[in-house]
Design a protein around this ligand. Structure first.
Ligand code: UDP
Length: 324
């Protein structure tokens, strides 16, 4: 049997790099692509020595050329944290729209199956709780998160259009908050922010009164869900996330306990349009994919803390000016 070939965009990012690892392990030839705006080569440097891995430094918002056959495409290129998409709003819009269009065009050309990474942000600040895939969302198109949310909504529409009009094999995953090793310490997300602050001996910056909720999924669970969705024949969006919901205040207290820091939670202004609550309804993933998360927050946080603890002092310091 000939070796399957898969293109992974956003390969040097947090999720992209874990996907590269998974597909190499499954025996695939992996073509990684990233423009390295938010990704980091150190996430995939261990793969460069493998003959079944190659890397293109390329911006997928521009025409994509990959020689040879492709069986699968995973489109994971995108800034993905509120700090990133506030800093680079136009690139965020472009990679979700033009980048998706290029990936879909490439999939059509190569007759490849494509899975695109959507997000719980398509639900905006949800008025339905927990969020099932049928919920259409509550998004402010012109707010600070609009550039990401609307790009992802456009991405879903474009992907469905390629499926219905061109008969392309498409999959859409809606990813809820995910954490684990290789998250960028300075991406502004709550988990690296809190752990970074604890490690530097700073107070933990809780936005608002911390009553807003999130549901955190450990990265290995997410990757397994994505793998199963790709191999399934279901074309509509599927939520993948961990339904174990927690308030940001309680989460901060967990991090204080885990890290043994003497610092405390300090309240900072709540960013505009910050979703008040978020928890995936994962009944579809359970029924269609036989998937549900296996790693508890206690286990996942411990592994993630060990990863951050072992970063070099310069890496830890680099992030210090972002907060406070
Ligand atoms: N948050 C916080 N302190 C921080 C960073 C984030 O309290 O230093 C809050 C943020 O307001 C939000 C939650 O934590 O309510 C999750 O934020 P994150 O940026 O990780 O993801 P998202 O809002 O996209 O779910």
């Amino acid at each position: 049997m000939t070796q399957k070939r898969i293109l992974i965009t956003g390969a040097a990012g947090f999720l992209g790099s874990h996907l590269c690892d998974r597909f190499v392990k499954e025996g695939y030839y992996v073509v990684g692509m990233d423009n390295l705006i938010t990704g980091d080569l150190k996430n995939i440097e261990h793969l460069f020595k493998l003959k079944e891995f190659e890397f293109y430094h390329h911006d997928v918002s521009k025409f994509i050329h990959v020689p040879g056959k492709l069986d699968y495409i995973l489109h994971f290129a995108s800034p993905a944290s509120p700090i990133d998409y506030l800093k680079i709003p136009i690139q965020t819009l472009k990679v979700g729209s033009l980048g998706t269009h290029n990936c879909l065009g490439l999939a059509k050309e190569k007759q490849a199956r494509i899975l695109v990474a959507s997000t719980s942000e398509v639900y905006g600040d949800p008025t339905v709780h927990p969020q099932p895939e049928e919920y259409w969302g509550n998004v402010n198109p012109v707010g600070p998160r609009g550039v990401y949310d609307e790009a992802k909504r456009f991405q879903e529409a474009m992907t469905m259009a390629y499926h219905t009009y061109h008969g392309l094999e498409t999959r859409i995953v809606r990813i809820f908050n995910t954490y684990g090793p290789r998250m960028r310490l300075n991406d502004g997300r709550v988990l690296p922010a809190f752990i970074g602050q604890a490690l530097r001996g700073e107070d933990l910056t809780m936005f608002g009164d911390g009553s807003q909720t999130r549901s955190f999924c450990y990265v290995d669970d997410l990757i397994e869900g994505i793998y199963r969705l790709l191999m399934s024949d279901y074309v509509y969006p599927v939520n993948i996330g961990n339904p174990d919901e927690i308030s940001i205040k309680a989460f901060g207290e967990e991090i204080i306990k885990l890290t043994g820091t003497n610092q405390k939670l300090v309240s900072m202004p709540l960013p505009q349009d910050d979703p008040k609550q978020r928890r995936p309804d994962i009944s579809k993933a359970i029924a269609l994919l036989g998937w549900e998360p296996k790693v508890s927050r206690a286990e996942g946080l411990k592994i993630t803390y060990d990863y951050f603890k072992n970063l070099s002092p310069e890496e830890l310091r680099k992030t210090a000016h972002r907060f406070g």
